[in-house]
Design a protein around this ligand. Structure first.
Ligand code: ARG
Ligand code: ZN
Length: 417
């Protein structure tokens, strides 16, 4: 097999809160590895200056976001290096616009005064929180709302408990949106709540032995900011004395904190780990709650890349003792997710698939909170497509895959009688 690599260069010019994009990428064959290194050298100074942003990708795919002012220079460097690249989409703006168009065109049922939630468009925090209140009010025997605490800006860290009231039930924590811009992750967690509550009879087998705790918006301040100001915002909204804003909540958890894959610079736009472990009220309050619950299952939804990631991620070699059991169960989830629409989610040890990074919620859930089945799901799209801007028409199928994966893991849990 030919080892391939791909540079996706995204050309962005700000229009409204969204961006104008051109995405180009291309395969890089083994014999081009020397060239790849040259390209990285050329791009590196720009990336280090914070002008180019590593947008995604994994150990063999590099995806880089280029602001419009640097387009010429960057494309020139790519061309000179001899890297083959092709245009993946001429107008990523279209995908971003679809999110908006979908919500504008949505025919709201004016007779439905109860809630605004659906899975054909992305929703603001208020719609999601109101929907949780609606579920609790309408289905009080299975659903109740709880709060882990408040964000820096005072928003509620709200979760939904879904339980049929069985005594020995195992607990399963599911979350989304710890990274603000990963809207499909939040929508998918909201979909898990919807299905388990509104269609609970379909899932009676699982609900008879497992209680679910779902927090669809782990980073409400960042989530709102990604809707109102900057679509590609990732961190929370901590204000630093330098004037820079935000810490990466998925680098802030207290297990091997700061050991790899982080920045200690508060101005880093993506992976600033915070001043110390659990310096951020969001990660700290949620960790307190999870500690008190002691869930056996923990899954954090992110986007993108289509992976089922198995801890640990804090270095490149350390695996949990029961890694093989986690892998066995992950393969069940993979099969269930593939059955939805034929899409493949790669299963593996996090550092092998996407690289090492310490301070993630999954590592902490596994290493400290004792959640046996702890995973991060990187949902749609895969790396051949266009990143965080999953078109709104694909929310539902992405969410169905996410739910199928959760149910497959829950199905492996055994209740002690
Ligand atoms: N893309 C995710 C992130 O960068 C991957 C998280 C995987 N888990 C981890 N502990 N690094 O946060
Ligand atoms: Zn993420």
């Amino acid at each position: 097999p030919i080892a391939t690599s791909r540079f996706v260069v995204q050309v962005a010019g700000i229009r409204d809160v969204l961006c104008n994009h051109l995405v180009v990428g291309g395969p890089l064959r083994r014999e081009h590895f020397g060239r790849k290194r040259r390209v990285e050298k050329v791009l590196k100074s720009l990336i280090n200056n914070g002008e180019l942003e590593r947008w995604g990708g994994n150990v063999t795919h590099q995806q880089i976001h280029v602001p419009s002012a640097l387009v010429g220079e960057t494309l020139g460097a790519l061309a000179q290096s001899g890297v083959e690249y092709n245009v993946l989409t001429k107008d990523l703006q279209k995908d971003l616009d679809q999110e908006v168009v979908a919500s504008r065109n949505r025919v709201r049922n004016i007779f439905r005064s109860s809630h605004n939630m659906d899975w054909t468009s992305y929703h603001r925090l208020a719609d999601i929180q109101n929907y949780m209140d609606y579920l609790a009010k309408t289905f009080p025997s299975v659903a109740s709302v709880g709060s882990a605490g408040k964000t820096i800006e005072g928003r509620d860290l709200r979760y939904l408990k879904i339980s049929s009231g069985k005594k020995n039930a195992k607990k399963f924590w599911v979350d989304g949106g710890i990274h603000a811009r990963e809207w499909a992750a939040t929508a998918s967690a909201a979909y898990v709540m919807k299905e388990l509550v509104e269609n609970r009879s379909k899932y009676a087998n699982v609900l008879n032995k497992v209680d679910f705790y779902v927090m669809p918006v782990m980073n409400p301040d960042g989530y709102e900011y990604s809707h109102t100001n900057e679509r590609m915002w990732r961190k929370n909204r901590r204000k630093h004395s330098s004037g820079c804003v935000g810490a990466d909540l998925n680098r802030n958890w207290g297990y091997h904190w700061g050991e790899s894959g982080v920045s200690k610079n508060p101005c880093d736009p993506q992976i600033y780990a915070g001043a110390k472990a659990f310096s951020e009220p969001e990660s700290q309050s949620i960790a307190n709650l999870i500690t008190s619950l002691k869930p056996e299952g923990y899954i954090s939804f992110h986007t993108y890349g289509q992976y089922i990631l198995i801890p640990f991620a804090f270095d490149t070699v350390t695996k949990p003792k029961d890694f093989n059991e986690l892998r066995r169960v992950a393969l069940k989830a993979q099969a269930a997710m593939k059955a939805v629409a034929g899409e493949t989610y790669q299963v593996g040890h996090t550092p092998t698939l996407v690289g090492a990074a310490a301070g993630g919620s999954d590592d902490w859930a596994k290493g400290v909170a004792g959640a046996k089945y702890a995973y991060t799901f990187e949902l749609r799209p895969n790396n051949d497509r266009v990143g965080f801007a999953l078109p709104a028409r694909l929310i539902t199928v992405a969410a169905q895959e996410a739910l199928a994966g959760v149910l497959a893991v829950a199905g492996e849990m055994r209740v002690n009688s």
